[in-house]
Design a protein around this ligand. Structure first.
Ligand SMILES: Nc1ncnc2c1ncn2[C@@H]1O[C@H](COP(=O)(O)OP(=O)(O)O)[C@@H](O)[C@H]1O
Ligand SMILES: [Mg+2]
Ligand SMILES: [Zn+2]
Length: 348
């Protein structure tokens, strides 16, 4: 009989673990890179599960599932499972790619169409109007429309091998849209997309910024996750609309941000009530305040609500950020208030 018979192969253990899902991220632990230091000695398997947040409420369930999967592999008699969590960003990790970017805030949403780009653009301009040095990075590969909303169509010439961001309303802007021909589909995948996103941080002459606002891809699926992992954000704000369906998606977006070790600065409720086109006063429509309720439930700040204002659509289409073109409007005041709240809770 061969001596090796019955020997447990690490690959077999990995294979079994690739069937264990993170209940929140709905992805298996192996693809999430959460399995570390796997060793096999005879019939004993040792490994560490690296959670993305130390406060993971599902820690025990994950530990049980892992243990069960490992013990289910033929030949395994003992499973030594250590639960740990990733070293928080700040001491290591991608944010050290550029020490001059002081607060990197991802604007996220559970799905598209909730006004994520509108919020990112107006927050960036509002921060610049309050005197901060601000950059805006459009990393939404599905709909890179930051340049359109700011009336920009190209970058200035590159300088010393670095891309120079376009600048408007005091905001330095970089977008994936600048790097492709108009009308050309975005078919970047995998490594190419990843290297472009990384270049946005390392090869762009941002200078020193108080705030870098990122319009990130919508949703909480695999692709947004892999892009988010490349972006050295320190905080996130989540944009929602008041409807229950949108709120459900936003809760997922909050969990997503927490998993990335981001400080969730809070929730913004967009298209909340409406500004009367005749008198400029706010009218309450439908149900409101869902964002506030969701924030309370999740124990994160509520940053404020922005009413629906038909003028916002027009300004966006014309490439004029609303907070700059109509600073006295209700919606612009709402943006300024939100920015104050963000500044109060800033990452550092
Ligand atoms: N508060 C608002 N009032 C009126 N229109 C809005 C408001 N917020 C966003 N919009 C409009 O809704 C559409 C979608 O917004 P956008 O920012 O592109 O969403 P997302 O980036 O989430 O897909 C745009 O036409 C935008 O002008
Ligand atoms: Mg958008
Ligand atoms: Zn009115």
């Amino acid at each position: 009989m061969s001596k090796n018979q019955g020997v447990v192969k690490p690959e077999a253990v990995m294979e079994a673990l690739s069937k264990v899902q993170d209940p929140e991220l709905k992805k298996d632990l192996v693809s999430l890179g959460m399995i570390k230091d796997l060793t096999v000695e005879g019939s004993k398997v040792s490994l560490r599960v690296e959670l993305t947040t130390p406060a993971c409420p599902l820690r025990e369930k994950i530990e049980r599932d892992v243990r069960e999967a490992v013990l289910g592999v033929q030949g395994v008699e003992e499973a030594d499972v250590q639960m740990g969590s990733r070293v928080p960003r700040g001491s290591m990790g991608p944010q050290n790619l550029n020490a001059d970017l002081h607060n990197v805030i991802a604007v996220a949403s559970g799905k598209g169409g909730v006004g994520k780009t509108t919020v990112a653009v107006n927050i960036a301009v509002a921060l610049a109007r309050s005197g901060a040095c601000v950059g805006l990075l459009d990393a939404d590969i599905y709909g890179p429309n930051v340049p359109t909303m700011l009336g920009l169509d190209q970058l200035p010439p590159a300088r010393e091998k670095k891309l120079v961001p376009a600048e408007v309303h005091g905001v330095k802007v970089m977008s994936i849209a600048f790097l492709v021909q108009p009308g050309q589909p975005l078919i970047w995948r995998g490594p190419m997309l990843h290297s472009v996103i990384q270049q946005f941080i390392t090869d762009v002459d941002w200078g020193e910024l108080d705030w870098l606002i990122i319009d990130s891809p919508p949703g909480t699926g695999d692709e947004p996750l892999s892009i988010a992992q490349l972006i050295p954000a320190t905080g996130a704000v989540v944009v929602t609309t008041p409807q229950e369906v949108s709120l459900m998606d936003s809760r997922k977006a909050v969990v997503f941000a927490l998993k990335l070790n981001l400080k969730v600065m809070g929730i913004i409720e967009n298209m909340s009530g409406m500004v009367c086109p005749h008198c400029g006063k706010r009218i309450d429509l439908f149900k409101e305040g869902g964002g506030n309720k969701a924030a309370l439930e999740l124990g994160i700040p509520f940053l404020g609500k922005i009413p629906l204002d038909p003028q916002i659509v027009i300004s966006g289409d014309e490439g004029k950020p609303f907070v700059a073109s109509q600073p006295e409007s209700e919606a612009s005041k709402a943006f300024m208030k939100i920015v104050e709240n963000i500044m109060k809770g800033k990452a550092h």
